[in-house]
Design a protein around this ligand. Structure first.
Ligand code: ADP
Ligand code: MG
Length: 365
């Protein structure tokens, strides 16, 4: 595969906005990073997306798809000199054991609007072959660890709406080979905190963990939550944004600050639990996603984990753009016929390359 300039775009579970980033890669080696952009959703757009959650069809889903397509068209049109686009879309429903997984936004439409090749629908093939369809960033994390010239296993933790961790071994060249990657969702991360402050205070987030820092953790609630069967389940395993419907009720009687502190502690404790499933203790835990900006959450994590816990910036990376870069990387892999997931990352029955390729029609006239 040739070296390509791939533009990746991600709209994560937290519904905050669209991240876009250019990556220079052949789908195996990362040669460099290009420009990035972020396009937040407006309050109105976010409400439209929220209304589509856990739905598989109907007018709410159609409205969400239009928001996603418009926001992506806006932000992606600003990039010049791009060979292809990796378009994740917005997950509105995820039920890998049942109805499947649904990311809205039509890549074929985007290919026409942008006049570029778009790779999209990255998760369906994995789910059809018995996988969880998530997480998909692990192969990219593995390539990053190799680029960093790490000599021992490294853990990447993404703290978005939900958390997911990848344990990657850079000593193994092929990410799909046994032992190269182990990855899974850890548990709730920012989404329950966002929901709490949204419902009680009308805020989008507990900025810098300030509210949580002012509260007291209800240890009983944390313990009760950790009793959930989820934490004992062996990976691979994946969650959707609303996987823990009991969680809001567990903090309903607490003050705003204590509830925020307790949900933050639950996010951290979920990750601490996940470390039990590391095939080998990692030399460091590199944190990506919006949660790394929450010092209260980062402090709670560091207190529970033995290796150093640092934002990915400590390794010279951009923690806001890692997921977008991952879909740039995966798009090139799809084009090159390389797998994007394997049994140890999603539980799929065999390594599989997921992704639809849409090419724009040649301009007429
Ligand atoms: N300064 C901050 N303090 C607390 N939380 C933050 C901060 N910045 C971002 N977040 C949280 O991070 C999440 C967005 O991170 P992101 O990695 O984009 O997640 P996703 O991929 O799920 O969209 C939101 O839940 C947001 O509330
Ligand atoms: Mg996001």
């Amino acid at each position: 595969m040739a070296r390509l300039r791939a533009l990746g775009a991600m709209s994560g579970t937290s519904l905050d906005g669209v991240d876009a980033a250019v990556l220079i890669t052949d789908g195996v080696t990362i040669f460099g990073f290009g420009p990035t952009a972020y396009r937040p959703y407006s309050g109105t757009e976010r409400e439209i997306l929220r209304k589509a959650l856990n739905r598989w069809d109907g007018p709410e889903v159609q409205a969400a798809a239009e928001v996603v397509e418009t926001a992506h068209a806006e932000v992606l049109a600003g990039f010049a000199d791009v060979d292809l686009v990796g378009f994740h879309g917005q997950t509105v429903a995820h039920d890998p054991g049942g109805r499947g997984t649904l990311q809205v936004g039509d890549g074929a439409v985007l290919a026409e609007v942008l006049g570029r090749t778009v790779v999209w629908d990255f998760r369906s093939a994995d789910v059809k072959m018995g996988g969880q369809g998530a997480p998909l960033a692990p192969f990219y994390h593995h390539a990053l660890a190799r680029r960093m010239r790490a000599t021992r296993p490294v853990a990447f933790l993404n703290l978005g709406g939900v958390g997911n961790v990848s344990f990657v071994d850079p000593r193994i060249a092929d990410p799909a080979a046994p032992g190269a990657c182990v990855a899974f969702d850890t548990g709730p991360a920012n989404a329950p905190i966002d929901d709490l402050v949204h419902q009680r205070l009308g805020l989008a987030q507990d900025r810098d963990g300030a509210l949580a820092a002012a509260g007291r953790v209800d240890g009983g609630a944390v313990e009760a939550f950790l009793d959930d069967r989820w934490f004992g389940r062996l990976p691979p395993k994946s969650l959707d944004r609303n996987a823990f419907p009991r969680l809001p009720g567990m903090v309903a009687a607490l003050t705003d600050a204590d509830a925020a502190a307790t949900l933050t502690a639950i996010a951290a404790a979920s990750v601490v639990k996940a470390m039990d499933f590391a095939p080998e203790p990692p030399e460091r835990l590199l944190v990506t996603g919006g949660g790394r900006r929450n010092p209260t959450l980062m402090r709670m994590l560091a207190a529970g984990i033995e290796c150093p816990v640092e934002p990915v910036e400590a390794a010279g990376l951009d923690g806001d753009m890692l997921e977008a870069q991952a879909f740039a990387f995966l798009a090139v892999r799809v084009l090159g016929g390389l797998p994007t997931s394997c049994p140890a990352t999603t539980g799929v029955s065999a390594a599989v390359g997921g992704g639809e390729v849409s090419r724009p029609h040649p301009a007429s006239g």
